[in-house]
Design a protein. Structure first.
Length: 332
């Protein structure tokens, strides 16, 4: 089982306050992520990304609409005219209970799932209303590290060499002892060259960067830092998980044209060049849950046995820095 790079993580206690409400929400959101993972598992290795994603979307939407919440999708499957379900602005829940914002990726790694490759997950996070950055579906430049570092040790305006030197100094090691996770994309050719020039090792990711950002806070992952550009919605979800670990993250939206800037402005983004700290991406009380579909460095995938499935999940709560790993059995 993975462990967290922090001595301050609480493994069992919930925060003071409305204990029952918080506990119920944690297990409700956990169940939603499990339902998404179980639904997409049937499509692992079948080469059909669309059907795998749709199965997860349908299962998660059905689960959310059974919960005693009054919630709005702020990070979802896309804008209303491009996504029939779990679109940005869609209301979910039975309409009573706490007002919440939801960020989700029903199947993080659709290509991974279709090819039966590692690290496909079903991911969801909830926050109090206004807790998540309403990130448009554009790229985001990201940098992330785990806990136990001085504040502001990383910055997107630093060169990779400077960021790596700062981290090595804080860890009291050499730059060539560090490992950087980077998405394997042509756009990262220059970044990869600069990281190698600085002397650090690189772990190339085929698809999906949420797990890699979280892995910076996992002691046995060997990932010290995440660098590169990926989806902005995934950046918000990664920040939601990292909040509970004491890790640091910075993101900056990347726009290809004025139309993307206009869409972002309509979603409340006033400064297209703003650098977002982790609390800007996911603030307040945040609950994050992920369930593995295929096994990876963060979570094991769904296992099908003779009469049941076994799922492996993680759930985090920023209010009390709690991280829980949960194995569940589902009879069929």
């Amino acid at each position: 089982m993975a462990s967290i790079k922090s001595s301050t993580v609480i493994q069992s206690n919930f925060a003071k306050g409305n204990h029952n409400l918080e506990q119920n929400l944690m297990f409700d959101i956990l169940k939603v992520s499990i339902d998404g993972a179980l639904a997409s598992f049937d499509w692992v290795g079948k080469g059909d990304e669309k059907s795998a994603d749709q199965a997860a979307v349908s299962a998660i939407r059905s689960s959310l609409n059974q919960l005693n919440i009054d919630a709005t999708i702020v990070i979802g499957e896309g804008e209303r005219d491009k996504a029939p379900m779990l679109y940005i602005g869609e209301k979910v829940g039975i309409g009573s209970g706490p007002k919440l914002d939801i960020a989700l990726d029903p199947l993080e790694g659709t290509t991974i799932c279709a090819h039966a490759a590692p690290e496909a997950m079903s991911v969801i996070a909830i926050a109090e209303e206004g807790g998540f950055l309403h990130a448009p579906d554009v790229y985001m430049e990201k940098i992330a590290i785990g806990p136990n570092f001085p504040p502001n040790i990383i910055d997107l305006d630093n060169t990779p060499h400077v960021n790596l030197q700062n981290i090595a100094k804080a860890k009291k090691c050499h730059v060539n002892d560090l490992t950087v996770a980077v998405l394997k994309r042509e756009r990262h050719k220059e970044l990869i060259a600069k990281i190698r020039e600085a002397g650090a090792k690189i772990q190339l990711i085929s698809d999906g960067d949420i797990a890699s950002v979280i892995s910076t806070a996992i002691s046995n992952s060997n990932v010290d830092i995440y660098m590169g550009t990926g989806g902005a919605p995934e950046g918000v979800l990664a920040a939601a998980a990292l909040r509970a670990t004491g890790g640091q993250m910075m993101g900056r939206l990347i726009f290809n044209d004025d139309n993307e800037k206009k869409r972002a402005y309509n979603m409340g983004i006033s400064d297209p060049n703003q650098k977002y700290m982790i609390d800007d991406l996911a603030k307040g009380n945040v609950i994050f849950a992920a369930t593995g579909v295929t096994s990876g460095s963060l979570l094991n995938g769904i296992e099908k046995l003779s009469n049941h499935y076994t799922s492996h999940s993680m759930i985090t709560y920023s209010k009390n820095s709690s991280i829980h790993y949960i194995t569940s059995t589902h009879k069929f």
